[in-house]
Design a binder for this molecule. Sequence first.
Ligand SMILES: Nc1ncnc2c1ncn2[C@@H]1O[C@H](COP(=O)(O)OP(=O)(O)O)[C@@H](O)[C@H]1O
Ligand SMILES: [Mg+2]
Length: 321
Amino acid sequence: MKVVVLSGGRSSEHEISLASGQAVAAGLVEGGQEVVEVKIAKDGTWTSGGEPVEVVPGAGLLEADVAFPVLHGPFGEDGVTQGALDTAGIAYVGSDVLGSSVCMDKLTLKRLCGFAGMPQVDFVQAFTPGWQAAAADLEHPLWVKPSRLGSSVGIVKVEEFEQLEAAVEEAASHDPRVIIEANSSGREVECSVLGNEDPETSMPGEILSDSDWYDYEAKYTEGRMNLAVPAEIGEQTTAKLRRLAAEVFTLAGCAGLARCDFFVEENGSILLNEVNTIPGFTQTSVYAKLWEASGLNYPELLNRLIELAIERHASESTHSF
Ligand SMILES: Nc1ncnc2c1ncn2[C@@H]1O[C@H](COP(=O)(O)OP(=O)(O)O)[C@@H](O)[C@H]1O
Ligand SMILES: [Mg+2]
């Protein structure tokens, strides 16, 4: 297959995406695929080998069989790029416009999960009627987040209620949609999901870090985070967490891949934190490490994702609309 790997992008996760993109490109070559790398600059322009790349409706993309968006955050992981690829008529790895945008927006995903009875922390949307009073009732410390971002950018942990306004302002400087969440004191356990209609789940892994919470530094400073696989949460909780991961994947309309992140509390209850449709994707990123521990190596994982993209594209092209 000829695979276009898209990396970079307009979001603050640009550099993280470049690292993931490079690893994915190398892994695909190792797995026997032909790779064309397309870099998306911070100003949104697409280039390949320094030459501009155009996305033309119905014209495919660089005569490739499939595209692999390795983009994080706004414009890349939220359905915008997926829409451009749909417009070009090209198969691509991962979730479609709907699944991508639902998962990118923490508020929307949480509301959907609320309807479905998925266990999660309580939350309030800032600037909606009565939001301050509602936030005061949530379990503190509060977590204030831009609804559609990642890599912990713009997140403030609010210990004192007086700090709430400032935190909300900070989050709102990234996204006018701001979510305020109750605290979970649970352990952070993540599960990788792979598939389309009938997704498979990896062994869950626990994030162990010496920092107070899993902030940007802890995520991307070498040696600051340790992944314990399998997470030592017992057989029953493991099975339940994997079931919830597959459930939320389907509920949110995901395809191909997602990393589903949970809190596992002292009493064994499992709360969904978030779903990442394009998680960090180097060989040592959590998504790939969890599959490695579950018996699927990096090039195999990438090849499976290509297959799933082709399958989804083929099945979608049979729909009448
Ligand atoms: N409700 C919460 N309770 C406890 N810790 C939280 C909560 N929300 C976020 N955190 C901490 O902040 C980190 C980043 O939050 P998350 O919602 O995963 O944002 P991002 O999309 O940027 O990864 C989490 O990994 C966790 O360490
Ligand atoms: Mg997270």
